[in-house]
Design a protein around this ligand. Structure first.
Ligand code: EPU
Length: 337
């Protein structure tokens, strides 16, 4: 395990800004994670845990130590007639694991195909797409406390999962390192095809099965979302706001065809991407940063030369527009460092 100094973070975050960290280390096992936590460099510097860097915005160079768990195993830990439990190292690329599950005929995460990032980060913001959230398949989250070096193992119910949220973003923020996640996958067909254009795309491809579901989701995502290796971005930059029905009704009265989703009896989710588009931002640039032309929820490093301040300036203009047109405050989904 090598501790790198003045290390470029450009390949380690999907906005690909030209920023660097004072120190960078990528431990390959839980034992190496503990070893680095005991090292003087860790005690005398601020510490940041990095996953795939697909949900982070660096405002400037990082003055401290970046620890990127690079634990790479996929291990079947238990199996019953209908289910299989698999423990996956924090450093495994999320989509590699989805591909592995589909190749092994296991159901549960196919709708989460092509989401960028690493397995260790997936519980933190409870990644979700096309009617599935990762909390639906997480059995257990394992890791170590940064202060005491004690191991933990949280069951699903202990993780306080909610829409793009969990205990790891709140109570335990900055206090733990996730080293592996245990998933419960199904051996029997259990497809969730109710969301948007998924079913339509699968029917175009042929049979409604696991392989075609993954293909359909990959196709839909590729057609709407920019590939971060080609044009820097972090997927959704904002969360979809959840508002009181009374506020949603006012908007629905004033605008035709507002997409909205009821949440219980009193609340309603309105897509931020729709509101940003209505404000005229879709496809517009501000300096080197821009709003993606096919999905207004995604901000991009359009020229490859943007920095964090520039993207934040664009985000702030968008927040002001949405507030003034709809009276709604939209929150960032991305973590600003
Ligand atoms: N819409 C517009 N204009 C836009 C974007 C969206 O009018 O520019 C409308 C769409 O027509 C649709 C509605 O808004 O009626 C919802 O759009 P979409 O299905 O594209 O999903 P989203 O709500 O914008 C969420 C997730 C995405 C996930 C998709 C699909 C959040 C913050 N984002 O986006 O997640 O892929 O649903 O399930 O919840 C991510 O987190 O990085 C991400 C991409």
């Amino acid at each position: 395990m090598v501790i790198q100094q003045n290390y470029s973070l450009k390949p380690h975050h999907t906005f690909h800004f030209n920023v660097q960290a004072d120190f960078f280390v990528a431990p390959e096992s839980k034992e190496e994670v503990i070893e680095i936590l005991k090292a003087p460099v860790c005690k005398s510097n601020p510490l940041l845990i990095l996953g795939g860097g697909s949900n982070i915005l660096f405002k400037s160079d990082y003055k401290g130590l970046i620890l990127k768990p690079n634990i790479q195993n996929i291990t079947v830990v238990d199996e019953q007639e209908n289910n299989l439990w698999v423990e996956v190292g924090a450093g495994v690329d999320w989509d590699y694991f989805v591909e592995w599950s589909v190749k092994n005929n296991l159901y549960g995460i196919e709708n989460l195909s092509l989401i960028p990032g690493n397995v260790g980060a997936c519980p933190v913001q409870n990644i979700g797409a096309y009617g599935v959230e990762v909390k639906d398949v997480i059995k257990q989250v394992n890791g170590v406390y940064i202060d005491t070096l004690e191991s933990f193992s949280f069951k699903n119910e202990e993780c306080d999962f909610a829409y793009r949220n969990s205990i790891f973003k709140n109570h335990l923020k900055g206090k733990v390192i996730i080293t592996s996640v245990v998933f419960e996958l199904k051996k029997q067909a259990e497809l969730k095809l109710g969301y948007g254009d998924v079913l339509e795309k699968i029917n175009e491809l042929g049979e409604q099965n696991l392989v075609n579901t993954r293909k359909a989701i990959v196709h839909i995502r590729e057609s709407k979302l920019p590939d971060p290796e080609v044009i820097g971005n972090v997927g959704s930059f904002f969360k979809n706001p959840v508002v009181e029905n009374s506020i949603a009704h006012k908007i629905i009265e004033q605008h035709n065809n507002v997409p909205h989703y009821k949440i219980g009896d009193t609340l309603c989710k309105i897509p931020a991407g729709w509101m940003i588009e209505q404000c005229g931002w879709k496809g517009r640039s501000l300096g080197n940063a821009a709003v993606h032309e096919k999905q207004a929820l995604v901000l991009v490093n359009k020229t490859g030369k943007a920095n964090g301040e520039e993207v934040l300036r664009l985000a702030s203009e968008i927040e002001k527009s949405v507030k003034s047109k709809f009276g709604i405050t939209i929150e960032k989904e991305v973590n600003v460092i």
